[in-house]
Design a protein around this ligand. Structure first.
Ligand code: OOG
Ligand code: MG
Length: 256
C-alpha cells in the first residue's frame, strides 16, 4: 500500500532537515505519476502550512543535456515557493542542502494566466518579462539517484533559485549564448536553444502540465524553463555567475 500522506511527510522532512532518504521506488513499490504529483502537492501543502507561498513553477528535463545527465526522459515540473528565492548577488548557506547542484536557466514572469492548449504565440504574449536565472537543485534521495516518479514526488529536486534583472520579453529567445562560471572560470557553456529548441516551448508545456494538475499559472507567477546544460556540483565558498546573451547576468555565492 502506498500512503501518499506519509511519503509527502518523508520528503518534506528530508528537505527541511537536509537529510537524505532512500528512493521511494524499489522492487515492491512503484509510484504512478499521479501518485507522485499527489505526494508533491501534499509536501508543498506542508510548506504552505508553515507560512511559505507558491510563487511559480519550475520545469525539468527540457534539455537533452539534463535528460542524459540524470537518465530521465520526460518533462516534469515542481513548485517554487518564496522561501526558495535568494536575491540576485546574495549568499546561500550550504547547510540548507544535502548535495546541491547548480544549473543555468531562463525565467519568465507572467502577466496573463496560462492554460492548456496555448500556442507559442499565446504564451509569448502572456509574458511580462524574462531574466537569466540559476537554480540550485538538491535531490532528497541518497546519491542523487531517482526514478521519474521519485523525483516528481520530491518536488523535482527544487530547492533554491535566483533571478537576474527582468527585461522586456524578447520575441526570439531561441538561441542566446550563455556561460555559467565558478569564481570567474567557465564551467558550462551553452545556448538557450538547448531548452526544447526555444524556451517559450517550455512555457507551452508548463501551461499544459500545470493545467492538467489543476494549478493555474497566474499573473505574477515565475516559470523556470529548465536547465540549458548539465548541472554542476555546488561547492562551498563559491561565487557562481551566469552571463546570458541579451539578458545579462545573475549571480550567487555559497557560504558554509
Ligand atoms: C531534477 C530537476 C531537473 C531541470 O532544469 O532540468 C531540472 C534533477 O535534475 O534533479 O531542474
Ligand atoms: Mg532546473
Amino acid at each position: 500500500m502506498i500512503d501518499v500522506e506519509q511519503i509527502a511527510q518523508k520528503v518534506d522532512d528530508a528537505a527541511r532537515m537536509a537529510q537524505a532518504i532512500p528512493q521511494i521506488s524499489h522492487d515492491d513499490v512503484v509510484l504512478s505519476l499521479q501518485q507522485a504529483y499527489d505526494i508533491q502537492g501534499l509536501s508543498i501543502a506542508r510548506r504552505i502550512a508553515r507560512g511559505e507561498a507558491v510563487v511559480g513553477i519550475k520545469m525539468g528535463f527540457t534539455s537533452r543535456a539534463k535528460m542524459v545527465q540524470m537518465e530521465v526522459h520526460d518533462q516534469i515540473w515542481g513548485r517554487l515557493t518564496d522561501a526558495m528565492q535568494v536575491e540576485d548577488g546574495g549568499e546561500v548557506s550550504l547547510t540548507r542542502f544535502i548535495h546541491p547542484r547548480i544549473e543555468p536557466e531562463v525565467a519568465f514572469l507572467l502577466k496573463e494566466p496560462l492554460h492548456h492548449k496555448m500556442s507559442l504565440q499565446d504564451v509569448t504574449a502572456a509574458v511580462a518579462a524574462v531574466a537569466p536565472a540559476l537554480e540550485i537543485i538538491d535531490s532528497r534521495y541518497q546519491n542523487f539517484k531517482f526514478s521519474l516518479t521519485d523525483v516528481v514526488a520530491d518536488n523535482s529536486s527544487s530547492s533554491a533559485f535566483v533571478i537576474g534583472p527582468w527585461t522586456d520579453p524578447m520575441e526570439d529567445l531561441s538561441n542566446l549564448g550563455l556561460v555559467m562560471s565558478f569564481d570567474g572560470g567557465a564551467r558550462q557553456i551553452g545556448s538557450t536553444a538547448a531548452i526544447l529548441g526555444n524556451p517559450y516551448r517550455s512555457l507551452v508545456a508548463a501551461a499544459r502540465l500545470a493545467d492538467a494538475a489543476g494549478l493555474t499559472l497566474r499573473p505574477g507567477f515565475i516559470v523556470l524553463a529548465g536547465a540549458a546544460t548539465a548541472a554542476e556540483v555546488l561547492p562551498s565558498r563559491c561565487h557562481v555567475s551566469l552571463e546570458m546573451q541579451s539578458l545579462g547576468r545573475v549571480e550567487i555565492s555559497s557560504v558554509d
